[in-house]
Design a protein around this ligand. Structure first.
Ligand code: SAH
Length: 348
């Protein structure tokens, strides 16, 4: 009795496995290719959409499989055009993803985990327990949803993807990598790897693994301090991955990939707003070719952290730029709807 068999999520199957299924059903293997294209390249949400597949075959598929597509349950639009999506997964858990429009680009900021295990003191997501990793299709679907919104609301294509939503991408490395493979595949979304950035808290071992895998996307590291004592006090990951190990991993990364590293860095009042800190950052930024994004702090309600003064930011700019480190000050987007960096926390 087919009905009593638990239906499998069809997107968990590799193309080869789907071919085997078709052959077992007495069908031609090339049907699997067609179905696979519907599932990934055309992001079909149901078997009915697969119009070049016979009705009988679609019926067989729906008896054996389901397509667990994410659902965008709530969409909020910021006064600056940023769109935040609350996305419901098939098991009812929720993550958030963000569309960030700019003059020349539209960026999707996607989540990699439900919650986060890292406990960075300044981040709202850190207050949610890490519940689970997102699957390949759940990551892929967030990109698809934002790609559709970019076309619908802005009449422009999605151009960039950043893994800067909820969770730590390098602690869900295999799925993030497979999702990126599908996003960049010709029979997927056909996007360029160099327009994708994975942002990490700095898991040294995994940065080396990425280097070994010779990945083609960009690496961003959330640094926030280049002094161990300060960094450990705001980012507990630094206790097990101190700056020396991070630097080692980044040297290895650069040696293998020849790809510049971007450092994300917030300057906070009374925490890292002195020259000593700026000089430490300069030294760290010279470990491998890099650039620095000084990002605006987005308050997460308790007032423990406060954005440093403009003078402090200018002091950082001076010190870094004088030594030839490209440095940009990044204004937040989507703050009014809690869609900015570090604000994603499923308030809805
Ligand atoms: N876990 C990954 C990706 C998620 S965080 C990482 O740590 O890189 C995305 C970026 O937002 C990181 O650089 C993070 O340090 C930064 N961030 C977190 N909370 C923030 C806040 N309240 N204001 C500004 N940036 C924040």
């Amino acid at each position: 009795m087919v009905d009593t068999i638990a239906k499998r999520d069809i997107r968990k199957l590799k193309l080869e496995e789907l071919k085997d299924f078709f052959v077992q059903q007495g069908e031609k293997a090339f049907r699997a290719q067609q179905v696979y294209e519907w599932l990934w390249m055309k992001s079909a949400k149901s078997f009915e959409q697969m119009t070049n597949i016979s009705l009988d075959t679609r019926e067989v598929l729906s008896q054996h499989f389901v397509i667990n597509h994410i659902k965008v349950d709530k969409m909020q639009r910021s006064s600056d055009g940023t769109i935040k999506n609350a996305v419901t997964l098939h098991d009812g858990l929720i993550v958030e993803s963000v569309l960030i429009p700019a003059e020349k680009r539209i960026t999707a900021c996607v989540s990699s985990q439900v919650g986060c295990s890292l406990a960075c003191k300044f981040c709202a997501t850190a207050r949610l327990k890490r519940q689970r990793n997102l699957s390949v299709d759940e990551i892929y679907d967030q990109v698809v949803a934002i790609k559709e919104q970019a076309e619908l609301f802005y009449g422009r294509p999605l151009t960039n993807i950043v893994f800067m939503g909820m969770g730590e991408p390098l602690l869900n490395y295999a799925n993030v990598l497979s999702a990126i493979e599908k996003i960049t595949a010709q029979k997927g979304l056909n996007m360029a790897s160099r327009r994708i950035t994975v942002s990490t808290v700095g898991v040294a071992k995994m940065i080396k693994k990425m280097a070994d895998d010779e990945v083609k996307f960009n690496l961003a590291v959330s640094l926030h301090s280049a002094l161990n004592e300060t960094r450990s006090s705001i980012m507990p990951i630094n206790d097990t991955n101190p700056l020396e190990e991070l630097a080692d991993a980044l040297r290895y990364w650069y040696q293998k990939t020849k790809s510049k590293v971007t450092y994300e860095y917030v300057v906070w009042k009374g925490i890292n707003d002195t020259e000593e800190h700026a000089k430490a950052l300069l030294k760290f930024a010279k470990v491998v070719p890099s650039k620095v994004n000084l990002i605006e702090y987005n308050p997460i309600d308790d007032g423990e952290f406060q954005q440093a003064s403009d003078e402090a930011l200018n002091m950082y700019m001076d010190i870094l730029e004088k030594s030839g480190i490209t440095t940009r000050i990044r204004k937040s987007r989507g703050k009014d709807i809690d869609a900015a960096c570090g604000q994603l926390a499923n308030k809805s």
